[in-house]
Design a protein around this ligand. Structure first.
Ligand SMILES: [Zn+2]
Length: 153
């Protein structure tokens, strides 16, 4: 898929957050994508740590005007994966992220090729290449559409 962010000073690939590993620039990176994938279950964090990771990435992505996050939270009826998924759903439904998230779509509700999927693609056509590799009804992910936040100046 190539890299998503480039250092705005030296042009090397870098992460969305932190500083450039090549030149140590702390300036915001150049953004080459409209959507990013965020795996918050990587490293098997606690629920609280996973929610904190999401909050930090939402803030950074919003500032960089990223339009969507494909959030990988895992699933399962037991274990930390299931807890993280439930906590994410609950936080979204309680509007905990409403200042940055305009809309959200649970993976199980937007199976590839379904009417709901096509509706989502109409809103954010650029998501197509990200969602193509997910299996139908992927309950382990949620699509977050970020608000522009810059509508009124
Ligand atoms: Zn750099």
């Amino acid at each position: 898929m190539g890299h998503a962010f480039e250092c705005s000073e030296c042009g090397n690939p870098r992460n969305m957050m932190g500083s450039c590993q090549y030149c140590a620039s702390a300036s915001p990176p150049s953004v080459l994508v409209e959507a990013i994938e965020l795996n918050i279950k990587r490293g098997m964090p606690t629920v609280e740590a996973a929610l904190d990771t999401l909050t930090e990435h939402l803030r950074a992505a919003h500032e960089l005007k990223i339009k969507a996050i494909i959030l990988i939270h895992g699933y399962g009826s037991s274990g930390e994966g299931g807890h993280i998924k439930r906590a994410i759903h609950e936080a979204l439904e309680l509007n905990r992220y409403a200042d940055r998230v305009d809309e959200y779509f649970y993976g199980e509700n937007v199976p590839y090729g379904s009417p709901a999927y096509h509706e989502l693609m109409k809103k954010r056509p650029s998501l197509k290449r990200y969602l193509r590799h997910f299996k139908a009804s992927n309950a382990g992910m949620t699509v977050l559409l970020l608000g522009s936040g810059y509508r009124s100046a």
